[in-house]
Ligand binder design. Structure first.
Ligand code: NAP
Length: 261
């Protein structure tokens, strides 16, 4: 087991990538704290994950919730070895028509919330710990309507490099995963919630045809990458962004839809 005796915090651990990562970390021997805002999915996740999990209801944008969370973690976990700052949202923010509050919200959750989570976590970290941010290929891909989301995911990468420099003296590694399109509930939330199952199915097939490996990512693909970055397998890796996207950013001309292969 790669994480025997390790203690991990996963924000947004009650759904999608965070939940798949919590399952894998527990299988690998870790004690895992998950957070989220929705008590129902937190309870369901806890039932699924079993006795090596703890669930805390905490919004990453809420200072009081954060301070209660880290006080509880200090008491119940003592120290942490792994933090996966994974919580995130998507929203449409097209230039010219975007409501300021919507733009600010995406930045607050995805970027500010991620920093403040790590900021609160650092005093609890063991030397040699691993911090992982969940970025996105939207750091690279210009897509209409995604200015705020793309800015947060690019911001995480530059922020992670600076934090890696902060924490290198303690042997703490700081890395970013950049997932491509991954099958999770995020695709049924926010801007996608208004689409019918048929529309979503057609869009999903189109997205798959834009990926050289010809399929969407699974949450488990990203969880496996988080395990790599959390474990000693990546002991000499810090300040990187690891793209997990079936080749969508690195080899876009290999996508089936272009018919060039
Ligand atoms: N799926 C993809 O295609 C994809 C691609 C690239 C990057 N990502 C990134 O992967 C991360 C996880 O997303 P996912 O795909 O697994 O989607 P998801 O299933 O919607 O999960 C998002 C998680 O974030 C939590 N969350 C959202 N706002 C929060 C807040 N203010 N405070 C605390 N928790 C909050 C949600 O919990 P509650 O519902 O309880 O609030 C949920 O657990 C995100 O950062 C996303 O940007 C996803």
């Amino acid at each position: 087991m790669k994480l025997q005796g390790k203690k991990a915090l996963i924000t947004g651990g009650n759904s999608g990538i965070g939940l798949a990562t919590a399952e894998l970390f527990i299988r690998e021997g870790a004690l895992v704290a998950i957070t989220g805002r929705d008590q129902k999915t937190l309870d369901e996740a806890l039932a699924l994950l079993g006795p090596s999990a703890r669930a805390y209801r905490a919004d990453v944008t809420d200072a009081e919730a954060r301070s209660t969370l880290f006080a509880a973690l200090g008491k119940e976990f003592g120290k942490l070895d792994i933090v996966f700052a994974n919580a995130g949202i998507s929203a449409r923010t097209p230039a010219g028509t975007t409501d300021e509050a919507v733009f600010q919200k995406v930045i607050q959750v995805n970027l500010v919330g991620a920093f403040l989570t790590v900021n609160s976590a650092v005093p609890l970290l063991n030397d040699g710990a691993s911090l992982i941010f969940n970025g996105s290929v939207h750091n690279y891909l210009g897509q209409p309507g995604l200015a705020a989301y793309a800015a947060t995911k690019g911001g995480l990468v530059s922020m992670a490099r600076a934090i890696a420099a902060d924490l290198a003296p303690r042997g703490i590694r700081v890395n970013v995963i950049a997932p491509g399109a991954t099958k999770t509930p995020i695709w049924r939330r926010g801007p996608h919630a208004k689409h019918s199952p048929e529309e979503l199915g057609a869009a999903a097939a189109k997205v798959a045809s834009m990926i050289p490996l010809g399929r969407w990512g699974e949450a488990s693909d990203i969880a496996n990458t988080a395990l790599f970055l959390a474990s000693d397998d990546s002991a000499y890796i810090t300040a990187i962004e690891l793209t997990v996207d079936g080749g969508a950013t690195g080899a876009p001309y290999g996508a089936p839809i272009l018919g060039l292969r």
